[in-house]
Design a protein around this ligand. Structure first.
Ligand code: CMP
Length: 141
């Protein structure tokens, strides 16, 4: 089915100047960028976004990292977009990510892992709405 998913290019990948290379991978895989913005997340925005991880031991480090520099947030649309984006990203831990995936090529650790992508239809819906109003989403139709 045609789906939307939320993608974040994290501070490490922005600092490495690979925004365009990552966008190319989305586009070459048939995903359209239907909304996009660069922003420097506040602590409150990062904590709210990752609320489901609040009790995890890595939560404070995750929030500190995600607020350490600018990120680029986008909604991707296409056939099976949620799974397709997860395949493009590779495993959360770049040491386990398959060759040729975004994390294998650009990530250096499980924290500085280059990208985030929604992991289910429910989280995609919540995460796209967390960053974008309906009038900021521009599907090509
Ligand atoms: P992300 O897809 O953005 O979702 C939560 C993030 O927490 C994850 O990517 C990792 O960057 C980070 N993280 C740090 N440690 C862990 C861990 N042990 N398991 C899962 N995620 C972790």
């Amino acid at each position: 089915a045609n789906e939307r998913t939320l993608s974040i290019i994290k501070p490490d990948a922005v600092a490495k100047n690979v925004i365009g290379e990552i966008y190319s991978r989305f586009e070459k895989a048939g995903l359209q960028i239907v909304a996009a913005k660069m922003m420097h997340l506040t602590q409150e925005q990062a904590e709210g976004f990752y609320a489901e991880h609040k009790e995890r031991p890595f939560f404070n480090d995750l929030v500190a990292f995600m607020t350490s520099g600018p990120v680029v947030v986008q909604a991707l649309e296409g056939e099976g977009a949620i799974l397709k984006n997860r395949e493009l990203m590779g495993a959360t831990n770049p040491k386990e990510a398959e060759a040729g995936t975004i994390r294998a090529d650009f990530a250096s650790s499980i924290d500085a892992n280059a990208v985030h992508g929604s992991d289910s239809a429910a989280s995609a819906e919540r995460e796209v709405a967390y960053f974008f109003n309906d009038n900021e989403i521009c599907p090509r139709g």
